[in-house]
Write a new protein. Structure first.
Length: 82
């Protein structure tokens, strides 16, 4: 039983993973992945709060504009004094 476990471990260590890690171009692939993943994370950390802020301010502007339109309509429906 222990022999089969150690054999399986040895085969796993000598498998495709070790070949990929031994390949010198694999390091550049890993570095490229980390750079792209880091840039994506940075963009997400900037985009999400910015999108939330812009959505909230746009809704606030629309609400104020709608309230102003309603006030003007109410003023127009009232009879003119004078």
């Amino acid at each position: 039983m222990e022999d089969s476990i150690s054999d399986a471990l040895a085969e796993g260590l000598n498998g495709p993973l070790s070949e990929a890690l031994a390949d010198p171009t694999a390091g550049s692939n890993v570095m490229a992945f980390l750079i792209v993943a880091g840039l994506g994370l940075g963009m997400a950390l900037i985009y999400v709060p910015l999108r939330i802020f812009l959505t909230a301010t746009a809704r606030s502007r629309r609400l104020r504009l709608l309230q102003r339109i309603r006030r003007l309509r109410e003023e127009l429906t009232q009879p003119v004094e004078g």
